[in-house]
Design a protein around this ligand. Sequence first.
Ligand SMILES: Nc1ncnc2c1ncn2[C@@H]1O[C@H](COP(=O)(O)OP(=O)(O)OP(=O)(O)O)[C@@H](O)[C@H]1O
Ligand SMILES: [Mg+2]
Length: 246
Amino acid sequence: MEEILKVNGLSKQFDDLPVLDNLSLSVKKGEVVVIVGPSGCGKSTFLRCLNGLEDIDEGEVLLGEEKVNPNKKNLSRTRERIGMVFQSYDLFPHKTILQNITLAPIKVKKRKKAEVEEEAIKLLDRVGLLSKKDSYPRQLSGGQKQRVAIVRALIMHPEVLLLDEITAALDPEMVREVLDVVLSLAKEGRTMLIVTHEMAFAKAVADRVIFLENGKIVEEGSPEEFFDNPQTDRLKRFLKTFSYEK
Ligand SMILES: Nc1ncnc2c1ncn2[C@@H]1O[C@H](COP(=O)(O)OP(=O)(O)OP(=O)(O)O)[C@@H](O)[C@H]1O
Ligand SMILES: [Mg+2]
């Protein structure tokens, strides 16, 4: 399958703290890559480098043929091609759900309002939130707001979607409704890089799982290999922290 995202020898440090160390990764169109690793290992920094939110010290990120980041000239274009959803949904409090979703396509992509609204309504319906289109963010639950944030990313028609711990701030019942939306996106062939601490979800959604530590990929494999037959002691220890024994 066609390669859509390629990272070559990416290194990044904050002052004298090395975070990413000569990291390389290639993602095919339609592939779902899940990234796991201990807190502070550089997962968020890595995703942020991919869509140009962070400067890169060494190496390069290629989106198709296009190079991300080096001079920032093509940055807004990059952000349209690589969508990102974070833990905090950052919706505009004084705008309705529909306005939150349609703002960027109308302003940035100069699309027609009627056409964008029609698409927004279809997407809201798909995530079960059509009835909330005229509500304000404060009137929605966390899980509902996060589904709106996903719709807001989708309406930009990104080629790659980056999801950074999008359920970390949610109550358990709301986690499921958000992850079900992500599973349905995976089924329809979306290319995604997902950072999550939900291991059962990771196993279900991933084509490939990557374990990141000290700025390097320590181990990677299919979800079955990764979770059922980890090779390195380090990954074995990490996975143990998610299971409880009496
Ligand atoms: N803007 C910044 N300035 C300085 N240091 C930073 C900055 N952003 C992140 N760091 C540091 O870089 C390292 C990697 O951070 P990052 O947020 O990428 O980790 P993470 O794997 O996403 O962790 P978590 O699982 O807790 O979200 C951490 O040590 C963090 O303190
Ligand atoms: Mg993080």
